[in-house]
Design a protein around this ligand. Sequence first.
Ligand SMILES: Cc1cc2nc3c(=O)[nH]c(=O)nc-3n(C[C@H](O)[C@H](O)[C@H](O)COP(=O)(O)OP(=O)(O)OC[C@H]3O[C@@H](n4cnc5c(N)ncnc54)[C@H](O)[C@@H]3O)c2cc1C
Length: 395
Amino acid sequence: MDFRLSEEERAFVAEVTAFLDEEARHAEAHDFMAPDREADSMLADSPARRAFNKRMGARGYLGMSWDGVYGGSARPGIYEYLLNEELAGRGAPLIGKGVGCIGKTLIRHGSEKLKAEFLPQILSADVEFALGYSEPNAGSDLAALKLRATRADGGWVLDGQKTFTTSAHFADWYWVAARTDPNVPKHKGISVFLIPMDHPGLTIQEIKTMGDHRTNAVFFDNVEVGDDYLVGEVNKGWTYVCEALDFERFTFFTVNPIITKFRVLLDLLKRTERGGRCVVDDPLIAQQIGRLAADVEAAKMLQRRVIVAASKGDVPAVEAAMYKLFSTQLGQRIADFALDALGPQGLLSHGADGAPDDGKWEHSYRATILDTIGGGSSEVQKNIIARRGLGLPLN
Ligand SMILES: Cc1cc2nc3c(=O)[nH]c(=O)nc-3n(C[C@H](O)[C@H](O)[C@H](O)COP(=O)(O)OP(=O)(O)OC[C@H]3O[C@@H](n4cnc5c(N)ncnc54)[C@H](O)[C@@H]3O)c2cc1C
């Protein structure tokens, strides 16, 4: 496998780096670029963040892989991965949901009306979306979702509940999977709708996670949706959801933040003394650092395999599952090791006197668990590898 970037790809990375260097000089840069942030989804909404996204749009960085007919530049998908890696390395918002899951699904399956309404807004970063898939009893087994969409005059009425909808509290539109036919096998009775997030029938309730990440429960009470906001065909929603999830898995989990985190930890440990000597002088600590360095390199290579497969036009579901499983658990192991190596001080949280790196490692320990759940839990990734990669008889 040839993992080297072409001259054009390297030039693109250099161009993005220069753009981000320029952005970092912005007075409000910390609102949209914070390399210490654990995940892109922890970014709060702010005018500065929206303005940054608009500057990304103006540079043509949104929709790069879309066809020219839809306002994209028809570049190979690898450019989106390269862009996301650079953004993630700086803690900037990834190009995520709008361009990827929603834009690409609308291009493939949406009506002309939906394409005309949403695609230009996605390209100019004038719209934020929330993804409404998970429910209290439908997460890993998403096809068990129960949010009911009942036929009404000229449209549908939705009643029920979603849970863990990240960004529902500031998004403009809600991309929702609902059950339109309860009398057929579960995968065959699901449809996808677009609903304005300020619809009076929606109630949004905050859920705080152990990693200080805000997500939400969303309640639907007689939410009326016109037929023109049904995405694609009725009862074909499962196909659209799966396509979008495949996209999410191999674009949302970037490797640069892990590489940076490991370097930052190494720097810190080289400066940390305990019992009159530097902690890295302890051979057991040094060995664990060596082990993690090898694992960081392995994560990098697993991710390159995803990129190579994707750039050949394949949907790299198995490669992406291997990478997601390994890299998110590695993020946890780095945080776990940090707390062991830092001793009692490592447990001090943000703002506490003497907290190493102002509590970064204590927070990382709590936050990295979320990565092993969102976008498909580690067990689900193992199932994908076993079933789709190795042909083992899992049902
Ligand atoms: C930070 C964060 C953000 C999120 N954002 C969104 C969002 O914006 N929109 C959205 O719709 N959802 C979102 N989610 C929800 C996420 O997709 C689900 O949490 C995830 O799919 C797991 O589902 P669950 O929580 O219902 O757990 P469950 O599916 O109930 O799983 C519970 C446990 O059982 C294990 N398990 C389940 N099935 C199997 C199996 N077949 N084999 C072996 N083990 C199994 C799981 O691995 C897990 O350990 C988010 C989650 C997090 C943590």
